[in-house]
Design a protein around this ligand. Structure first.
Ligand code: MF3
Ligand code: CO
Length: 253
């Protein structure tokens, strides 16, 4: 969306802050022995108590309130009985709606102690998101965001999954434009960022090959070669003075 009035901006800020709080709450529940379904139920209870609904359920009838993806699962992992083990990386991806406004954020969390390689992957994904956000200045282009994300990712030796992108968001979970994690050559990349534009930036990085496969469950996307992946996502609004993160973590987090 392009949020052009204060009520819309306020509505987007409310759902953004709520998702940030839900992510912090869910992150704190990650531990060896916890199941992905338990993480889903905790997030669902937290968000429902505030009157929010699941974006994936509303939009796609998805079989979970949130997406929970482990290790080589890159996105859209379905929560269930699988129990987390120390050394794994688990991605919590939370999209939700409140009062007609949608926001979306994700983060990859270590389960207990993880390998130095896993730590480097998480740090690179963080840095790629930060670079993408910094590039989202009014007057810049969508291509500038993708270029910034890719530059950081490849400089650190990681793979960008080009098939997976960020997206516009607002009154729906998935809106135009497509926000590529590389400098997209097509005309969509030329689009100039204007004040009020709301979209996600969400680098998904891997430690191995770029190829993805879909599980037989019809949702889960994982790396073909089984290599590790990480994902960091924020919903942002382009402000007059620069990008504003709507899903920024609560103070002191
Ligand atoms: N946050 C996820 C995304 O933007 C939501 C996926 S919904 C699903 O892709 F139903 F596709 F899982
Ligand atoms: Co998203």
């Amino acid at each position: 969306m392009v949020a052009s009035d204060p009520d819309t901006v306020a509505g987007m800020r409310r759902i953004g802050a709520l998702i940030a709080a839900a992510l912090a709450h869910s992150r704190a529940a990650v531990a060896p022995g916890v199941s992905t379904g338990e993480l889903d139920r905790a997030a669902a209870a937290f968000l429902r108590a505030e009157g929010a609904r699941s974006g994936p359920i509303l939009t796609y009838d998805y079989p979970g309130f949130i997406c929970v993806s482990v290790d080589d699962q890159v996105v859209h992992g379905i929560p269930g009985d699988r129990r987390l083990r120390a050394g794994q990386l688990v991605t919590l991806d939370i999209a939700a709606e409140l009062d007609g406004f949608h926001a979306d954020a994700a983060t990859t969390v270590p389960v207990g102690p993880v390998s130095p390689a896993a730590q480097r992957l998480m740090a690179a994904t963080h840095a790629a998101l930060a670079a993408g956000i910094r590039a989202a200045q009014p007057g810049a282009s969508l291509r500038d965001i993708g270029a910034a994300v890719e530059r950081v990712s490849t400089a650190r030796g990681f793979t960008v999954f080009r098939d997976l992108t960020g997206h516009g968001i607002g009154t729906e979970m998935h809106e135009d434009p497509t926000v590529y994690n590389f400098p997209f050559e097509g005309p969509e990349g030329d689009q100039i960022l204007r004040e009020g534009m709301v979209f996600t930036i969400e680098p998904m990085l891997g430690a191995g090959g770029e190829e993805l496969v879909q599980d037989r469950d019809g949702w889960t996307m994982r790396t073909r070669d089984g290599s590790l992946s990480a994902h960091e996502e924020h919903t942002i609004i382009v402000g007059e003075g620069g990008p504003v993160v709507l899903t920024a973590p609560p103070e002191g987090d």
